[in-house]
Design a protein around this ligand. Structure first.
Ligand SMILES: [Zn+2]
Length: 110
């Protein structure tokens, strides 16, 4: 796993980050679980391959896996990556979800 965490804003070197501060405040108020580091919308992660390429690989094949996260500098407003990570993940056997007739959830419009 090749992982790089950025601790300072690349523009002004401030270490104050908007969402990082917000997560800390919400944890202190017990509104977020302790294991949360970033909000979901800050994180992009996945296998950087077309689904067709992944589909033809046998289970157990090592595939590249990336994860990035961004935040906003509190001092200058610069948006920058606070985490860049590249590793591998083994392909697992896919579980096919069966949908039986007449069992679809009805969507309420209330
Ligand atoms: Zn900055």
């Amino acid at each position: 796993m090749n992982k790089q965490e950025v601790s300072q804003c690349p523009c002004c070197q401030s270490e104050e980050r908007f969402f990082e501060n917000l997560v800390r405040e919400l944890k202190e108020k017990k509104l977020l679980p302790e294991h949360i580091i970033h909000f979901d919308f800050q994180v992009r992660e996945g296998i950087p391959l077309p689904p067709q390429s992944v589909a033809i690989q046998p289970a157990g094949t090592k595939l590249p896996f990336f994860k990035t996260a961004w935040d906003i500098c509190c001092k200058c407003g610069c948006m920058y990556s606070v985490l860049v990570s590249l590793g591998e993940v083994a392909k697992t056997v896919e579980v096919v979800k069966l949908v039986l007739p007449n069992t679809q959830q009805r969507i309420s419009k209330d």
